[in-house]
Structure formats: structure tokens, C-alpha cells
Design a protein around this ligand. Sequence first.
Ligand code: ADE
Ligand code: ZN
Length: 339
Amino acid sequence: MSTSELIEKLPKAELHIHLEGSLEPELLFELATRNKFSLEYDSVEQLRKAYVFSNLQEFLDIYYIGMNVLQTEEDFFDLAAAYFQKALQDNVRHVEAFFDPQAHTSRGIPLRAIFSGFKKAIAAANDKGMSVYLIPCFLRHLPAIDAVQTFVAMEPFLEDIHGVGLDSSEQGCPPSLFVEVYDQARAAGLKTVAHAGEEGPPEYIWQAIDQLKVDRIDHGNRAMEDSLLVNRIVERKIPLTVCPLSNLQLGVVSDLRDHPLRKMLDSGIVATVNSDDPAYFGGYVNENYLHAATALNLSDKDIVVLAKNSFTGSFLPDASTASHIADIEQIEKELVSRS
Ligand code: ADE
Ligand code: ZN
């Protein structure tokens, strides 16, 4: 079996995907027309050509403009349904999906439109055998009080979410600013994750672990600069949701061959592979596995470990995780019997 066949065949969970980052230019144009929203770009091709970034902020500037076309419940449904369809094609069986409520409420879009649209798309994905958990993220470039107010506003929807996260511009916006809202989220029984160490220093990862008490770190690349931190992540089995193509497109690594994923696995970190914002970075989850495997010369065994980690690192109940891992072990047996 070739590497790409193995990747396609393996059941996977995707733990780091921003639904708004799955807004493909074609759908973006369709929604702009539907909502009579005028775009600066004349065509899908012209828009795609603008997707060249040298850092996180350059991406975020265009990402927040793109999501202006999302206005109605139907738009949020279409967005999520399109992503779930792509994920199903990649044999993704479970998704923990991020979205940015403040990027929509700040434009006057009601939370109800967002949640209703997503929930209808999730019900359809569930019918096709895929489980989905929603994780709203707080925008860290906004004041922490805004995050607290957003969390209060989400009270009617707490049943519909599994956790909260922290994203957007990292440098200069440390996790320590968000202790209050994370305490509230944990008290409400939610899981917590935070983007840290994508561009920001190892210190931000320490803060996410020690002060926000997160269950998982998103990216975490720069943990590898601090051996004590690596020890902490390994000891506590804190999963990292790694996004190879995103890291390449945003200049976090200049070449995928320099990506820390292999070192993470070798250190015993529960590293997982994810797509982050696939419409902007050139690939959904299987493409991320394939590019990482090729650049880092990952073995079939490494790839199987990554697929298993995606479930171990998820917030699924133990019995579901065990059942997905048993399916992966079936494929592992086929690999062994062929070699
Ligand atoms: N929002 C969407 N994608 C992001 C990323 N890679 N880092 C921080 N915030 C984001
Ligand atoms: Zn992200």
C-alpha cells in the first residue's frame, strides 16, 4: 500500500480546523452574491492569488475580510456542510471544530444564526457517521473582557459546545490575560484548548498550561525550544494539534523538512496532524499527512501513530476512542501481513 493509500484508508480525527478557514473562494463568491456583499476581488482566481502570506497577521487580515460574507443561518450551514463533506472524503470520523463567534457578533450577526446553521450541518454529518464537537474560540487581539462577555452571551448554547479555545494574533496577546474566562469555562464543565507557540514564545505555552490549565495545545511548535516544557507536555500527555501546511504557508517553518513534527513524535509527545484553515493553506487533513510524511520521511508506523493520536488526543469518550483505535489496528494488521 502506498503512503497516500495508507493515509486515505486510516480513520482519523481532525482536532484543529477553523470552520471559517474552510471557506473556499468558490463558496465565498457564492455567498457574496447571495448576500449582495461587494468584494474587492473580481474572480475566484484573483482571490486565490491573494492567498500569499509571510506571517500569521497577513493571513488573519484576509481571513477576517473573507468571513464578512457569512451572514445568515443558511450561510453557516453551507460553510460547515462543505467542510464536513471534504472531511468525510478524507475518512475523518470525528471533528473538533473551531469557530470565532466574536468575528461575527461584532458585525451584528446573532449567535443563534451561527449555532443553528452549524447544528443542522452537524446533524447531517452525524447521519453519515461522523461525530462533531464545536469549540468556539476567543479572539486574543480583543480585550479579555470581550471574551468574558462573549462567554456570557453563549450561555444559551453551552449544551452545543464541548470546549473553548483562544486564537488570532498571538504575539503580544499572552494567554495569561484570559484566566478569568477560562476559569468560567472550566467551571461550566467545558474542555479548554489554546493556540500557543505558533509564533509566540515557549512562555505562552507555559501560561496556557499553568494558568489556563488547558487540556490541549494548538500548534505548540515552539515548545521544542524548551526541554523542560517538552518534559511537562510529555508527562502530562498534553496533546499538540500540529498543522504542517499552515506552518509552511505562514512562515512558521521555511521548509517542511525543518518541521518539528518528527522531533515531537520522537520525544513522546501526543502530536496530531490537522489542516487549520484548509481553504487558505492548500490542503485538507490528508494533504497535511502526505506533505508531512514526504518531507519528514515518516514511516507507515509513524503515520499510524499520528492517526491513533488524533483519537487519543480528542475529547471523545474512552469507549469511542477505543473503537476508532481498534479500526486503525485492523489496518495495521494488514500492513504487517503484507510486509
Ligand atoms: N485563526 C485561524 N487560524 C489561525 C491560526 N493559524 N492561528 C491563530 N489564529 C487563527
Ligand atoms: Zn488554528
